[in-house]
Design a protein around this ligand. Sequence first.
Ligand code: GDP
Ligand code: MG
Length: 593
Amino acid sequence: MRRDLPLEEQISVERVEVLSGITVGELADKLGVPGAALVKKLFEMGEMATVQQTLPDDTVEIICADLGVEVYFMSEEELEFGIEAPEDPVALESRPPVITVLGHVDHGKTLLLDAIRLTDVVSTEAGGITQHIGAYQITKDGRPITFIDTPGHEAFTAMRARGAQVTDVAILVVAANDGVMPQTREAIDHAKAAEVPVVVAINKIDLEAADPIRVKTQLTEYDLVAEDFGGDVPMVEVSAKQRIGLEELLEVVLLQADLLELSANPNKDARGRVVEANLDRGRGPVATVLVQAGTLRRGDVLVAGTADGKIRAMFDENGQPVDEAPPARPVQVIGLNEVPEAGDEFRVVDAERFARDVAERRAARERRKELAERRPTTLEEFTSAVQAGGKATLNVIIKADVSGSAEALEDALLKLELDEVQIRVVSKGVGAISQGDVRLAEASDAIIVAFNVRPGANAREEIDRSGVDVRSYRIIYEAIEDIQLALKGMLAPEFREQVIGEAEVREVFKVPRVGFVFGCMVTRGEVRRDAGVRVIREGVVIAEDKMSSLRRFKEDAKEVREGFECGIGLEKFQDVKEGDVIEAFETVEVDRD
Ligand code: GDP
Ligand code: MG
């Protein structure tokens, strides 16, 4: 592989399958490039990251788009159960449509859903609305239609954000007297983003002030053009209150659904989505689930989000016990060990043990994610907070090579205090940054000011995980200046050193006429010929220098990456010993935003 090629040309994969929360290093592996190359790429994009750091999904998308690689985010489902082959078309059978009602508050969504439900002879016979359930099915001309009763498009969006695409057709309710309102616009955006066909229900036409033509005219601005306006969006004038136009609305919805040729395989283990769930005093966790494929049966074992259990009982929207639920059928299930969240995927599995394991792994992943998102303040964020006028205390942990430096640093820092901002030295000590230091920093929301010392191996992992800001300095004055500026809210866009790799010295050679060459193994990131280097012995910086040579298999190399051996010569410092670490660093401008 030619390292001097642009990164995109080093990549031979066309598609990567990743899990949300992938680290820089893992993504580099999938792309088949050195971790450090990706770190560099991120710099160019203005992002600071280490190889172990996790990347936000959108960043992964941007990187991959930039490199011309298709990215596929594996769901946790796929991680647990593998990426599935597409369904055999022969196994597919047509299924009822799933409809969601969206629209501005008070435009009549709830009343419309209630009215639709009352058009259903079957449920009326069963006693009308016996209880609230987040989804229900009606029968129109012998065909079932499923409605999801979302309290608003927040729920719809929240479901979608969780990858829960449950809706086939959206009914957009617009009150004929009120017209397009802010939440109507949002609802349109959401429906468009979800790429679901929209049927507009122009509601409240019983009112004097109703002006359906105005509504249609307004909607053309959002590319929703009514059929009588020359477009192809079905719009039906209705009154939820007086039950006008409901039959026609349902017919139009069914027509839209027919165009989609909806199908699912009913002959397999069920899976679907949790529509809503709550804790019932008598019955324990109760979840309304929508079956999307397969058939759900009483006695099935299922995992739903971080909940698991065996279905003890199932009920339909009328509270009647049912034994089976085919695709698009919403049912209430009882038997889960905890309350899942709306939007959680559920899936029937073979064994209770496996269900429990999957649920536990998920719970663990969620905890990790939460921890990762709780990032402590960085000096940059602190300076922004000061700028924003927030009174602040900057918590600092000092680690230095000798106690004299630690004390000098503390004294100098404490003298910096301004009226509105204070410094609190949470702890100070001598020696390499330890795991404990990082944990303390995380817990106390502190930054670590490191003077001529480095994190140990465990501490490094802890730093990457926690995102604690470690500021390394060689000159006390520089440390003071940085922090002084931060206190004034004036920390300038700065040049910051970024460690790009580390090499462990395994052997020292004396080469006639050349001097010393240090045989190294690159243990982390990458070592680059033009990078600055520091020699570190037992966590303490003992020298700073430049490379005079970097060779790999007797050939000059521009860079050598993790896992490879190399020979390094230094310009000045020659007193390197076996076991020392040569750290390579680059200076990059850090954009504070
Ligand atoms: P949502 O916030 O969109 O769910 O709206 P609701 O269904 O709660 O209805 C809001 C208000 O509008 C209630 O007072 C309803 O009675 C009333 N409303 C709903 N539909 C109609 C209708 O077709 N005609 C009239 N006159 N009032 C309606
Ligand atoms: Mg409502």
